[in-house]
Design a protein around this ligand. Structure first.
Ligand code: CP
Length: 373
């Protein structure tokens, strides 16, 4: 967790918990106002530029950020694949972020490397938004997900939420559970094959720490009747090391019209998209299917977020402190996560944060992998 320690400084958004619940409520209010009164916002970012640095494929996130900035009257520059950037010549994330600080006012970055947007935010002199880093976090997806529930269910507390599919690699799931942990009376049902269960660090440090009620099951049919929200996910082929394992697991869950027969009439079906085959296209006609609306709501939350971060940067151009020096250790451990940004950018200082003093547990500040101490 990279919570901005000094409120009143320029902010970036790396993890959804960098925002307080009050700030998320405010973003939801602004997004709702944008939906009601789009004309009020059409020149709010006139003369401003958003840089979209996407080192990994994207349809919704990159294009909704682009549409968001355009609808605010601003401009967009950037690249949509690493191969068309100087990353191919070996340019580091930090140097790229410094360069873009000369050309743009705000950055949205996606990378397969966990912690890359955090590294960019430390180097840049403009706000950086994490648009998805490896299997780690996807905070702007979560902001859109929260707006979806608020608009479709009418509340963000007293909910039973089922997560189904790839709970191991699904970064949207990790960010969303983190966000839900701060609302009252949330019950979580984790539906996955044994091999794709939610990582222990999310279980222990989010669900257990926040005393959230949760259970695990392998049966979607058994879980469906009790759910207010069903969050389907794609099996993340690109994160598997063993392709045979992917092929064995890829059809684990397919939501069909039949399987919805015992679901609540008020169920909200969500999916961060893209889908492969985990929701039958016939379900799209069901009034409970909200995943395309969810993608639209993501655009409005990105508009609200761009406005907030640009406003804070204007008022407070000095950079925020990214971690508390009393809680971190430098070069004491080496991160063993092959997806961590430190595995490719070897000049980065290895920084670990103590998350549990009593048991001496440290986690990598970039990707949150536990230190092997
Ligand atoms: N939900 C999501 O992140 O979609 P993209 O990968 O298309 O951006």
């Amino acid at each position: 967790m990279k919570v901005g320690l000094n409120r009143g400084c320029m902010r970036s958004l790396i993890d959804v918990v960098d925002l307080t619940v009050e700030e998320i409520d405010e973003l939801i209010n602004v997004a709702n106002d944008i939906i009601e009164n789009p004309e009020k916002y059409q020149e709010k970012c006139k003369g401003k530029k958003l840089a979209t640095l996407f080192y990994e494929p994207s349809t919704r996130t990159r294009l909704s950020f682009t549409a968001a900035m355009m609808e605010l009257g601003g401009n967009v520059l950037g690249f949509s694949e690493a191969s068309s950037s100087s990353a191919m010549k070996g340019e580091s994330i930090a140097d790229t972020a410094k360069m873009l600080s000369c050309y743009a006012d705000i950055i949205a970055m996606r990378s397969p490397k966990e912690g890359a947007p955090f590294v960019a935010s430390k180097a840049a002199s403009i706000p950086v938004i994490n648009a998805g880093d490896g299997g780690h976090c996807h905070p702007t997806q979560t902001l859109g997900d929260l707006l979806t529930i608020k608009r479709e269910v009418g509340r963000l507390d007293n909910l039973t939420v089922g997560f189904c599919g790839d709970l191991k690699y699904g970064r949207t799931v990790h960010s969303f559970i983190n966000a839900l942990s701060r609302y009252k009376n949330i019950k979580i049902v984790l539906i996955s094959p044994e091999e794709l269960k939610l990582p222990n660090y999310v279980k222990y440090e989010v669900l257990d720490k926040n005393k959230m009620e949760y259970r695990e099951t392998t049966s979607l049919e058994e879980a469906i009747p009790g759910l207010d929200v069903l969050y389907m996910t794609r099996i993340q082929q690109e994160r598997f090391v063993d392709i045979d394992e992917y092929n064995r697991l890829k059809d684990s869950y397919i939501l069909t019209v039949d399987k919805l027969q015992n679901a609540k009439d008020s169920l909200v079906i969500m999916h961060p998209l893209p889908r492969v085959n985990e929701i039958s296209v016939k379900v799209d006609d069901d009034k409970r299917a909200c995943y395309f609306k969810q993608a639209l709501y993501g655009k409005y939350m990105r508009m609200a977020l761009i406005l907030k971060l640009l406003d804070e940067a204007k008022k407070n151009p000095q950079k925020e402190q990214m971690y508390n020096l009393d809680e971190v250790v430098f070069d004491k451990f080496t991160c063993t996560n092959p997806r961590c940004i430190t595995s490719t950018e070897q000049e980065l200082t290895q920084i670990f944060k103590c998350v549990d003093k009593k048991n001496g547990i440290y986690r990598c500040i970039y990707c949150e992998k536990k230190a092997n101490n």
